[in-house]
Design a protein around this ligand. Structure first.
Ligand code: NZQ
Ligand code: ZN
Length: 388
């Protein structure tokens, strides 16, 4: 196991603690930029609760609404302008991963005098950022406790992620009841995203630490158990709570334990979203079983897929290892496409092979993806074709 540094400065309020929101914000100053998406927080009544609490506390409120799924650089630019014009002290992001991600780069953009897209196109340094406080409304990305974010530029068909410690939220409010209104589809897609975050780290040929493999298996089993319950019973607190905490722990750095290998499925998915603006978790669900099947061609991957089959999917260890691996991928597909009812192929969501070659080039723009097995552009194109 490699050495690593572990530090998560995000203070988490789990459960119904919104009464603490105003006092937490006040620690950073008086002028607050409230960021949110397309209106779900108004429909649920959360917007009114927050605005009343902030007004009562005498905070000065500015608002940036309309942050779209797969958040656009245009929203980031608008937010940066508002921060500079109103001398904002702290950003309050209320929503899913898209709102949180956009807010992270608004926070950084407020501290520089260049266009925030240069953080992605030229990798300009991110040295400081406004403090960010979040109220999470969808269990999926882990943005509430991680240092990263992903921003899209639809003009150039690009969707690029970046992580910097300074972007981690200072405080995150995680109330599972705020996710009761999430639709079955977004619940399914979010659950696929949580699973994928763990799988990107779990499926490796690097030496592991038993503790971390065990934690990852527990997170995966938790999602597999509770996602279908949350879809059927949206107000099941236990199911929503388990998904929410799994979302945060899948990607807050703990389970990585210093692993060096690159993520494989996310770069492939980000090209799908960049070209077709699809829901991130849906793209991951379509890609993941095909990627695992593709990786099975390499003998070095077999032990880990077998371990997954036995420990997570409950397959008998008495079976032949190759059969266990095959069944594991089949059962994972069934979970995504039958239990979670996500579309099983790219053609079902209207995507053809038209742009696969270009997308594969872009997914490997940083060179071969050194993941579970190394993937070059040809490998990526083959995996896209398996998803048709
Ligand atoms: O915009 P509103 O009206 O709020 O509606 C949203 C949106 O339409 C809705 N929603 C959110 N909370 C709700 C709700 N609807 C009803 N009730 C609620 N309580 O759900 C829709 C999707 O929201 P979005 O924020 O886009 O979803 P998600 O949290 O899955 O975020 C996806 C984005 O995060 C990026 C993805 O690439 C994608 O752009 N990711 C961020 C990561 C990170 N920060 O580390 C890692 C991930 O791998 C991922 O790439
Ligand atoms: Zn993801």
């Amino acid at each position: 196991m490699n050495g690593f540094i572990y530090k998560i400065p995000t203070k988490v309020y789990f459960g119904d603690h919104l009464g603490m929101l105003a006092s937490e914000l006040k620690k950073f100053g008086k002028r607050v930029l409230l960021t949110y998406g397309g209106g779900s927080i108004k429909a649920s009544g959360l917007y009114n609760r927050i605005v009343s609490a902030l007004n009562a506390a005498g905070l000065e409120l500015h608002e940036l609404s309309g942050i779209a799924p797969n958040p656009r650089i245009e929203s980031v630019r608008r937010g940066v302008t508002m921060c500079k014009k109103n001398d904002i002290d702290v950003i309050l992001a209320v929503g899913g991963g898209s709102v949180l991600d956009a807010s992270k780069f608004i926070a950084a953009g407020a501290k520089v005098d260049f266009d925030p897209w240069l953080f992605f196109s030229e990798w300009r340094p991110i040295k400081s950022a406004l403090p960010l406080v979040t109220v999470l409304t969808l269990a999926a990305t882990g943005s509430e406790m991680d240092a990263g974010g992903v921003i899209s530029n639809l003009k150039t068909n690009e969707k690029i992620g970046r992580a910097e410690e300074i972007l981690r939220p200072r405080v995150s409010f995680l109330d599972p009841a705020l996710t009761f209104s999430v639709s079955p589809f977004q619940t399914a897609a979010g659950s696929a995203d949580i699973l994928s975050h763990v799988m990107e780290t779990y499926f490796t040929t690097e030496p592991d630490l038993e503790l971390l493999d065990g934690v990852m298996e527990a997170i995966m089993k938790t999602v597999i158990k509770f996602a279908p319950i949350a879809m059927k019973e949206p107000e099941n607190y236990e199911a929503r709570a388990n998904l929410m905490w799994a979302s945060s722990w899948a990607i807050n750095g703990f389970v990585e334990g210093g692993k060096q290998h690159a993520w494989s499925v996310h770069p492939m998915e980000h090209e799908l979203s960049a070209f077709y603006d699809i829901t991130h978790g849906l793209g991951l669900a379509i890609l993941t079983p095909r990627w695992l099947k593709y990786c099975m061609g390499d003998k070095s991957t077999l032990p880990k897929i077998v371990r997954f089959g036995v420990n997570v999917m409950g397959i008998s260890p008495q079976l032949a290892p190759t059969l266990i691996a095959k069944k594991a991928v089949e059962q994972l597909s069934d979970f995504f496409f039958k239990t979670l009812k996500l579309a099983p192929t790219l053609s079902k969501i209207g995507i053809t092979d038209e742009n696969f070659a270009q997308m594969a080039q872009k997914a490997t723009r940083g060179g071969v993806i050194e993941g579970f097995i190394p993937l070059d552009a040809n490998d990526v194109e083959s995996i896209y074709n398996m998803c048709l």
